[in-house]
Design a protein around this ligand. Structure first.
Ligand code: KG4
Ligand code: ZN
Length: 361
């Protein structure tokens, strides 16, 4: 078991080209190149544009991360990469790059799960995760409650959204209000000027008999759109800040209520919140209040580590090395729908490392 392994992580599952370098649970560099502005006029991420942007950004971002960390590529103990879930073409760019670097540098390769990485990143800020930890992952693509033991091998899904992801709802509501893309940060900002109790928007799957840990945001999104539409049709001004605050209140109420319930039901006293929506100021505030009341310790990484980044991949990669997990093999491929339970993709027929040497003989 290596002590404090030095690992480089590559993340390309969506529109951020992230390259992070960590030593154990210490963050050394977190370089991110985002193509978010290229997607803004389409109101959502365009996969082909994201893939091309990753290709252009990859080498410069890796160089920048190495420079910032002040380490040599030859000193690395491993290279980690998001193998899935995510956009297939975008993932492929990261996996291909990671393989090329691992081959050229003669380092072990670790294909890891994007969702487990979102959880593991908290180690860079708050130290090793307790086992078990409840994780609420809320991003543009996911809204899940996950119960994790050893983060390198044990992540159990308790519930997830049955329709839109929480971040998707923020993005769609922002579009209805004419606030631009991505919607989360701007709705968060607008909401600070508004009254969260002004409009009683519906809370999805919140009745007795509904699945306790699943989420639904599609009805809420439609309710907001109808409410705004009715105002416009009546020729009345739309109170944008109140709509943003009331919508945000509905989302954060359901997320925090279900997360705390999951902790209590499963006897877990640590909750971590990750993913882009964990950057939301009201979610952080409400989660803190409800966790304090329930005697649960809340761990939320700083906003920059909540959104997609390479440091989270490096963090999980370092944990894989530290715990002696089997590296990925030469035939590692991107898997756009990698199940959350597969925290990494170990090589079935020996490691990438061994294969590379075999091929070079
Ligand atoms: O984790 P992430 O960077 O990418 C995915 O894996 O999806 O999350 C992006 C999502 C977007 O939907 C964005 O609107 C949302 O996170 N987001 C926020 C905030 N910052 C980003 N949502 C609510 N409040 C925020 N402050
Ligand atoms: Zn993500």
């Amino acid at each position: 078991m290596a002590d404090e392994p030095l690992v480089l992580g590559i993340e390309t599952s969506c529109d951020e080209t992230g390259v992070g370098i960590v030593r154990g649970t210490t963050l050394l560099a977190d370089a991110v190149a985002s193509s978010v502005n290229d997607h803004a006029r389409f109101g959502g991420v365009v996969p082909e544009i994201a893939s091309r942007a990753h290709l252009e950004a990859m080498v410069p971002t890796i160089r920048r991360a190495l420079e910032t960390a002040g380490v040599k590529a030859s000193d690395l103990d491993g290279i980690a990469v998001t193998a899935g879930p995510g956009l297939a073409g975008a993932l492929l760019v990261g996996v291909s790059a990671a393989k090329a670097y691992a081959w050229a540098l003669d380092k072990p390769l670790y294909g890891v799960n994007h969702l487990a990485s979102h959880i593991c990143v908290d180690q860079l800020e708050h130290g090793r995760l307790p086992e078990p930890t409840m994780a609420l992952l809320v991003s543009g693509g996911h809204s899940s409650l996950l119960l994790s033991g050893d983060i390198t091998s044990d992540v159990r899904p308790l519930g997830a959204t049955i329709d839109d992801a929480a971040g998707e709802a923020f993005d769609k509501v922002a579009r209805v209000l004419g606030l631009g893309f991505p919607g989360g940060p701007v709705v968060d900002r607008m909401a600070r000027e508004g009254d969260g109790s002004a409009i009683a928007f519906p809370r999805g799957l919140n009745n007795a008999g509904d699945p306790a840990y699943d989420f639904s945001f599609s009805g809420l999104k439609t309710a907001v759109a109808r409410w705004v539409e009715a105002k416009r049709r009546a020729g009345e001004p739309v109170p944008v800040a109140d709509v943003a605050a009331s919508f945000q209140e509905a989302v954060t109420d359901v997320l925090t209520r279900k997360a705390v319930r999951a902790c209590k039901d499963n006897d877990v006293d640590h909750l971590m919140i990750g993913g882009g929506v964990a950057a939301n100021s009201r979610l952080r505030e409400m989660a803190q209040q409800r966790c304090d009341k329930a005697g649960i310790v809340l761990r939320v990484p700083r906003p920059g580590l909540c959104t997609d980044n390479g440091a989270m991949v490096a963090a999980l990669g370092a944990e894989m090395v530290w715990r002696g997990r089997t590296p990925s093999s030469f035939d590692l491929s991107a898997d756009s729908s990698l199940p959350v339970t597969e925290t990494h993709v170990p090589g079935e027929h020996g490691s990438f490392h061994a294969h590379a040497h075999e091929a070079l003989k």
